[in-house]
Design a protein around this ligand. Structure first.
Ligand code: NAP
Length: 449
């Protein structure tokens, strides 16, 4: 329920950002958590602090012209929303997907502000992307698109200004082409301007794995509050991209059996004793950029491929939505709860609808909010920036240890805030309140800017 003092603020967000449903949803979710905070600290509602948090510092929209392999001119739209820099330079990924609109980028940027605050690191929040569809494009087309995108974006970036990374449709290959173009235009080898780089050109170990590993660490710690863990549990994961693959890897390392995953065209159930064959999945998705139907064909008997369909119909103890926003509905949540799911961890950004989250809470299912659970990626990006600044490169073990400490810290801060604000075990409230307070304190200190 929205506090009556926050109602006019939310009404203003709706009025000033028409048609941006996902942005409205993200703002509403945070404001829903803040009633008790402003009751305890009325000063947070002064100086229009909450109104300012809901308004991006800067929004950049630009044309991205490029030429395809047939010599035809293509036009896409590029975005960068620099949402909040109270805690540090804007930081957040770039998404290349045909569904990307300004409202998508704003919702992601808004979430990013609180997520980055939760890591405890000196990073502000932003997000960007384009409605470019990399699927089916040749290597040369991808490179030309990335170069054209960076030819405009570069002037808004800098290691002390704005530091993008990857997201859906943007992995190390795309980061490489964009970093190359930035380097060429700026005439600077400014490693700290982009994260998610390759190991031979300024990247950090564990960055590729970080979001998935981090989400599993968070859920493992959350499960431990009920004296449970991944060991011996059946796990389902949505998506088969970066976050999903490394969620599967870490869940398996902790003794879980991952029996199903999905992509945008269907899902597979692999009921063998060891579950999903991770080497084969990586080969198909990371190297060949193929489909899950190829996985099923390669595995043969014992594996079911369901075109379309809902991966959430597969009974499991732990569910890790790791594909995209609003992919898990109230109906899916009811199915999972009926099948006895113990815990749900959001690897993706806002994958569960607000109604689905309510179903989980009412069913006493442990629920890890994405802002907290998937913060491992950006936290490791900040570690990459630290290594770039000191011209250093840490070992895998040292970096992963830092990640584990950060994720446990985020879990504990969320759990503590949920307790303090009278809703123990509510990680949605805990994440929103802990993230908000850190940003609000910094904004207040910096004055009306
Ligand atoms: P990715 O590597 O591009 O993978 C996305 C996966 O999701 C792909 O397998 C894709 O299927 C699938 N997918 C997309 N839309 C879908 C739909 N409507 N239904 C079912 N599957 C769908 O992207 P990613 O980096 O893993 O990002 C996944 C999510 O995590 C996003 O919400 C992102 O914002 C969030 N996130 C990512 C990071 C990070 O470090 N990468 C950090 C924090 C949060 P296809 O293979 O068919 O395209």
């Amino acid at each position: 329920m929205l506090d009556e003092k926050l109602e006019p603020i939310f009404a203003d967000v709706l009025r000033r950002n028409p048609g941006e449903d996902e942005f409205h949803q993200a703002v509403r979710e945070v404001l829903d958590s803040l009633g008790a905070v402003i009751a305890k600290h009325p000063d947070y509602a002064e100086a229009a602090l909450i109104e300012r948090i809901c308004e991006p510092e800067r929004q950049i929209i630009f044309r991205v012209p490029w030429v395809n392999d047939k010599g035809q001119v293509q036009i896409n739209r590029g975005f960068r929303v620099q949402f909040n820099s109270a805690l540090g330079p804007f930081k957040g990924g770039l998404r290349f997907h045909p569904t990307v609109l300004l409202g998508t980028v704003k919702f992601l940027g808004f979430e990013q502000v609180f997520k980055n605050a939760l890591t405890g690191m000196p990073i502000g929040g932003g997000k960007g992307g384009s409605d470019f569809d990399p699927k089916g494009r040749s290597e040369q087309e991808i490179m030309r698109f990335c170069q054209s995108f960076m030819t405009e974006l570069w002037r808004h970036l800098g290691e002390y200004t704005d530091v993008p990374a990857g997201d859906i449709g943007v992995g190390q290959r795309e980061i490489g082409y964009m970093f190359g173009q930035y380097k060429r235009i700026s005439n600077r080898y400014e490693s700290g301007v982009l994260t998610g780089k390759g190991m031979t050109w300024g990247g950090s170990r564990v960055r590729t794995e970080a979001t998935g590993y981090g989400a599993v660490y968070f859920v493992e710690r959350m499960l431990s509050t009920r004296k449970q863990g991944f060991e011996g549990k059946n796990v389902i994961v949505s998506g088969a991209g970066n976050v999903a693959i490394y969620t599967i890897e870490k869940a398996r390392k902790l003794g879980g059996r991952v029996i199903a995953c999905s992509d945008s065209q269907g899902y597979v159930v692999d009921d063998s004793s060891s579950g999903i064959d991770l080497d084969l999945l990586k080969e198909i998705k990371e190297k060949k950029r193929g489909r899950l139907s190829d996985y099923a064909a390669a595995r043969g008997a014992g594996v079911t491929y369901v075109p379309g369909g809902r991966v959430w119909d597969v009974p499991a103890d732990i569910a890790m939505p790791s594909a995209t926003q609003n992919e898990l509905t109230a109906q899916d949540a009811r199915t999972l709860a009926k099948n006895g799911v113990l815990a749900v961890g959001e690897g993706a950004n806002m994958p569960c609808t607000p109604e689905a989250v309510r179903v989980f809470m009412e069913a006493n299912v442990l629920f890890a909010a994405g802002k907290a659970a998937n913060a491992g990626g950006v936290a490791t990006s900040a570690l990459e920036m630290q290594q770039n600044a000191s011209r250093d490169s840490w070992t895998f073990e040292a970096t992963e240890q830092r990640l584990a400490i950060i994720m446990n810290g985020i879990h504990d801060r969320c759990a503590e805030m949920a307790e303090v604000y009278g809703s123990p075990g509510n990680y949605v409230l805990g994440a929103n309140v802990a993230g908000f307070i850190r940003v609000a304190e910094a904004m207040r200190a910096l004055g009306i800017v």
